[in-house]
Design a protein around this ligand. Sequence first.
Ligand code: ADP
Ligand code: ZN
Ligand code: ZN
Length: 674
Amino acid sequence: MSERYAQILLDLPGMVAGGGVFDYRLPEDCVAQVGHRVVVPLGPRKVVGIVAGISDTTEVPANKVRGVQHVFDDVRPLSLEWLRFIGFAADYYVRGVGETALGALPQFFRTPARARYDASMRSLRTIKSRAVRAVPAPELNQEQKAALERIFEHPGFSVSMLFGVTGSGKTEVYLHAIERVLAKDPANQVLMLVPEINLTPQLEARVRGRFQDETVVTMHSDLTPVQRARSWLAVHEGRARILVGTRLSVFASFHKLALVLVDEEHDPSYKAGEGLRFSARDLAVKRSQDNSVPCVLGSATPSLETWAQVKRGAYALLALRHRAVQSARLPRLELVDVSRARPSVFAPQVKQAVDEALSRGEQVLVFINRRGYAPVISCTACGWVSRCLHCSGFTVFHKTSASLVCHHCGSTYRVPEHCPSCGNAELVAVGVGTQRIEEAIAHYWPEARVLRIDRDNVRTKNAAEAAFESVHAGEVDIVVGTQMIAKGHDFKRVGLVVVLNADAQLVSHDVRAEERLFATLMQVAGRAGRDKLEGRVMVQTRFPGHPIYEDMKANDYERFAERLLQGRREAMAPPFTHQALLLAQSSSLERTLGFLKRAQAIAMALDAPDVFVYDPVPMQLMRLKDAERGQLLIESSSRARRHAFLKAWNEALLTMPDPVSGVAWTIEVDPAQL
Ligand code: ADP
Ligand code: ZN
Ligand code: ZN
């Protein structure tokens, strides 16, 4: 019998030329098929790889080629659909296909230790479901019905933008769409992507409650490795027909994917900030296309990328323009001009509104997008400010732990008693964070029961659930919190929402700052008046005349998006151009920028048509964890030409003669931030 060889995907760090695909010999009676996970020797180690192909020949010399040692044939092979999708993602984001494939598997299935494996396989296939209360399906209203029909209007692939404010009934449309798809074919499966699920236990309960006969599994960062493996396997084997998960779930292996839903599609957490810097929303669309199934993107404030696709007619617009529950009304937005007041306090009319809400027995939600007590402490004599020793940012004063914390790297420092620079004893906290607001609330409303919800106070999914539970139970009068309180929580008794310090984002130079602020404020505002209460939303701002507030008061996302898109078009900014960054870091800025300059020269030498190469610059946060960071931006009006350029550039950088030592670099495609 002739020899057989397998092309195996291996998780090799960095961007190995060749993409991390290696040939191994298959022993004579080896049962390995394409898609099987196998154990192979790699140097002195044993590692798990994935069979990507099998052939009769290899270019590796006979004395060099090593053999496959074990096949995990107790789990059916990964599908061709999955392998192709991984191949696409690796190619699009210019990464090795090996690291992309292995990185998409739960740790458990990447571990070669086989003994542990066999013993746990059976327990891994057992899913204990918590009993949940059945949630009956309400009948859809006209708008919802129309949306549902349009999702399935065309057989096969389509993208629909389900556009509606919080409470307009988007989730209800998702649930009906799921129901329809599952009823059609017993093998059908649904992927529902959500941002940071640990913050939305209500959604999970709603899905489980609606589909009591189904195995619903979740995937998110709060799961243990075994839980994660269990969810993954259940989806892979088709036992679970509904997967609700955060961005990594887009790489799950399905038996028969029939519908893809992306809730809050504009959410920045869909973009991975390290490793394969993918956009789960973009990949979700691609995966729907691969599978010829509908994709639904839902949001009250779609990303401009998505909105531009709607305008082009590429995505169908399904608008829910009313709140689903008739008695609930859209909150009124009131701007409180604090341009002449001290920013750290509640304005008088806000105080009065809080008094009134509390006296009516309503809950109050105070939103401030910054945790800690104050963003910085400073010396009144010489102007010294607290900074991180390892990063180029300030350190945030945390009063509860009496420390200075770097929010970039997590380093903590003791609060100095005297100014480290001039010895002056008077150090002051400048600016406000959640802890300071909590203190101010205790001062003004000593009777009120206050709960602070931020990442310092509420760290786990369980803690979040407990915190939100106490809000629902009415054990809290005033909630003060960050972004964490903005997302999909259905607070039924909140009568007043107060937004502090929203302006910080308006003066930022990030192109997407305005878009994010609008999304956040709409989301926060949506927390008010969800049930029968008429909600009131007060935003303290120093720029009451800013157009963003006009659009927000008018509840007019579309006008807002038009204005922004117009600006982007004029500036030739995304989505009207396609960008990529080369990110580099080393222990010295000079070396980092030196590398980027050479990379720039290499880029220019490629002479790619319609690709503009900028000059290297230090990153916004130049130093992070002692690494000096820089970046080089490239742009093209064509995605395809950008891609061709990036492939060539990447290859040239990998094979650069006398490479700059000590520099780590990576390419980021479609960066969310510059
Ligand atoms: P969204 O996802 O847009 O925030 P939801 O689907 O959560 O909106 O709907 C908001 C509220 O209205 C929920 O309590 C939901 O149960 C209810 N609801 C949604 N659609 C209907 C309907 N057609 N009839 C009655 N209640 C509905
Ligand atoms: Zn000083
Ligand atoms: Zn730091």
